[in-house]
Design a protein around this ligand. Sequence first.
Ligand code: NAP
Length: 339
Amino acid sequence: MVQTVLVTGGTGYIAGELIDQLLEAGKNVHTTVRHAAKSEPRLRGRWPDAGERLKVFQADLMSDAGWAEANAGCDAVAHVASPFPLAVPRNKDELIVPAREGTLRALRFAKEAGVERFVQTSSAAAIAYGQPEKDHFDHTDWTRIEAGVPPYIESKTVAEKAARDWVAENAPEMVFCSVNPVAVFGPVVNDDLSTSIEMVKLMSDGSIPAIPNMGISVCDVRDVAKTHAAALDAPADLVRNERFPTATKFMWMTEMADALRARAPELAGKVAKRKMPDWIVKMLAPFVPAMKQVRGELGNVRDVSGHHTEEVLGFTFIEPEQTLEDTLRSLVTQGIVKA
Ligand code: NAP
């Protein structure tokens, strides 16, 4: 069992839940943040009783500073940090370079510190894109970036491939695996919303008057963290070189809206009921960046299976309707969505 884990990007949605579960399990946690002066008080506020069991280090994916200190004394790394913006950047290297170089930097410093196990937060983005002939995917599938994919998709695919190549060549003794979540929902604990949660917020606060013909595979942040935690502690032979997709079900956005209305009717009054015709999405796409992303997804099914993860790691994921309900309830509790 690992005792001290470095979780990169402690300010993030997934990393926060993972830190929570690791502290709860009695582990010591090191975490990196980009701006310690701003972030450390926030993290201390979330885990006021952690004391010396939580150590915060300043380290950016694009610089060597701080990484040796963050890794010192750790026996495992969960590399969660990666740029995950809502908008598509003008220059795709704004995502690809930190994703790839940040992962290689984290691996290099982990190896130098004698870390034995490294779990990379990859994504279904590295599984289910650039293959128009397919609509069902699992851990054996790889995104084909040569087919032309959006920058974030490319960044996650390139980063996972680079990590696997680097480990094979430079640290074959290291136990490496990836966790590949689909869109992550679930309870939020503050107003710093991850891109996936922004979707539920926009659906629920009346910002979207009609729902586009788009679908998404759903998973729960608690299961994503649990998968990381299980992969950190499982026998080496069970997880070495594995890919662990976290996914429950592919849902059209209209089905997600229906689930929110059915599970939390008193809070879902502003959830749109009308469908947005495809021609409106196409018309808005040149002017509204979010619509540009939606246009590429109109009518697409990307159903990613998480069964492999449940089988290998031995637990069952939370049902998606529960996840969506808990997301909305927490957005209301945090005052982010007004019921
Ligand atoms: P998030 O809340 O936006 O967290 C992203 C984290 O990465 C933040 O802590 C951020 O730090 C950090 N980061 C970004 N650029 C950095 C840089 N140059 N140097 C250091 N840290 C940097 O997003 P999340 O949902 O938790 O995502 C975490 C991971 O899960 C990412 O690898 C993402 O690709 C992956 N993932 C997410 C989803 C999803 O639906 N949420 C699905 C699949 C995979 P700051 O706070 O300083 O910005």
